[in-house]
Design a binder for this molecule. Structure first.
Ligand code: PMP
Length: 431
């Protein structure tokens, strides 16, 4: 049957991510975006307080990025990246190496956060293969989330997301995240004294904050100690900065706040300022050296049709231009300052547990009872709707309410986001 409008076409044909096929609530049709706001087909303006899945840095439909994209589209939209190259990718690579520093040496392009992780895991495993050294085991953090493809799922926690596939995922050794009680160090030391330690190839970690696990923030000193111990054992370090990159934690990378530099770094999300899908995996000279071989069978045989897409590289360059402007850097500091005031104010609410801040990220758990909260928590949908009715997009992780705003969010808009969260806690305490 012919559909009358595009909402009906959506309902008839589209399978949305992370959503049950039998929709419990309607998807919201969005017709435009401007700054930190989205406008619905009903002309409702919503503050995007989670930066559209943590991607948006400078606001929706930013005219500077849009213009650069248009100009590039008229010049070159795409070209095969094996055996060919173009200026936007070369310029972006040089700028990323400069900004990231940490002795990174080469940039490998892919399409999103999961593929950036896949590339890093494959590069690390093949590093040992190319050196004719047998090492296959990977260490990761409990509750880790690194993406939805098979390699990325394997190095992530076994969870609701992975359950149907668990028997197909490769084995990983999991340790606790560093919480300042020394547990993660004890668990690591235990692994390092067990038979099979010589088989450990790499450690993958989200530095400073575990995003999807519930915006869980680490003890920096314990994280440093952990990285040092691993580094001393000649185990490769893979920093998954897909979420934490591009000043999300207050510095260009979260790794800049830690003492040990990784061998491989995964970036995506904020890389294009939220405009287009793009992922990169950066590696240091040690890693690249294992691939600088005359023997072609030791090449890294990985690539996607759209690897290094010129349009995506162009918007990434434009986003970097904006990110490095003093106004943006000031906004990042201002957001952190506003969050800190919000954090102290949350102390007066009985159900607000463990308010926490890292750079531009703010999170608090809604804890009306002692029950352990999880992703399919019954509160989640209630909280989500409560905020949407007040024109704020916040998408709780279980009962964890968090804010990851675009850096262009105004002081007033962020105040409104903080206020609706206070309202949620007040409403619950008095009902
Ligand atoms: N790594 C981390 C730390 C992430 O937070 C995510 C996405 N939330 C991914 C990897 C996967 O990225 P993508 O959704 O772009 O595949």
């Amino acid at each position: 049957m012919k559909k009358n409008n595009w909402f009906e076409k959506d309902a008839a044909y589209i399978w949305h991510p992370y959503s049950p096929l039998k929709q419990f609530s309607e998807v919201i049709p969005i017709v435009s975006g401007h700054g930190a706001t989205l406008t619905t087909a009903n002309n409702q303006t919503i503050i995007d307080a989670i930066a559209s899945w943590w991607t948006n840095l400078h606001g929706h439909a930013h005219p500077y990025i849009a213009t650069k994209l248009y100009e590039q589209a008229l010049k070159l939209e795409h070209v095969i990246f094996a055996g060919f190259t173009h200026e936007p990718a070369a310029t972006l690579s040089e700028r990323l190496i400069e900004q990231v520093a940490l002795q990174q040496h080469k940039v490998f392009f892919s399409d999103n956060g999961s593929t950036a992780v896949e590339v890093a895991v494959k590069m690390a495993l093949q590093y040992w293969y190319n050196k004719d050294i047998q090492k296959r085991t990977i260490i990761a953090f409990e509750d880790a989330y690194h993406g939805d493809t098979f390699g990325a799922m394997s190095v992530s926690a076994r969870s609701l997301f992975t359950k149907p596939f668990d028997t197909h995922l490769f084995d990983v050794k999991f340790i606790s995240r560093p919480m300042g009680n020394g547990r993660s160090i004890d668990e690591l030391k235990h692994i390092l004294t067990q038979p099979g330690v010589e088989d450990i190839a790499a450690f993958i970690y989200e530095p400073l904050v575990q995003g999807t696990a519930g915006m869980l923030m680490y003890d920096k000193e314990e994280m440093n100690e952990l990285l040092q111990l691993i580094n001393e054992r000649n185990i490769l370090l893979i920093a998954d900065e897909v979420f934490t990159g591009f000043y999300r934690t207050g510095t260009m990378l979260a790794s800049h706040q830690l003492r040990i530099a990784p061998d491989l770094i995964c970036l995506s999300k904020g890389l294009t300022g939220g405009f287009m899908p793009l992922g990169v995996t950066l590696c240091n000279a040690r890693m690249a050296e294992a691939y600088e071989q005359v023997d072609r069978s030791k090449s890294f045989f990985h690539g996607h049709s759209y690897t290094g897409n010129p349009l995506a590289c162009t918007v990434a360059n434009a986003s970097l231009d904006l990110l490095l402007m003093p106004e943006t850097q000031e906004s990042i500091l201002r957001i952190n300052k506003q969050h800190r005031i919000f954090q102290t104010q949350l102390d007066s609410y009985a159900y607000a547990k463990d308010p926490r801040i890292c750079g531009t990220i703010a999170a608090v758990d809604f804890a009306p009872d002692a029950q352990k909260q999880h992703y399919l928590n019954a509160w989640r949908d209630v909280i989500y709707e409560f905020f949407l009715q007040r024109n704020v997009l916040l998408r709780p992780l279980g009962a964890t309410i968090y804010i990851v705003p675009p850096y262009c969010i105004t002081m007033e808009q962020l105040e409104k986001v903080h206020n609706v969260i206070f309202e949620w806690f007040e409403w619950n305490e008095h009902s």
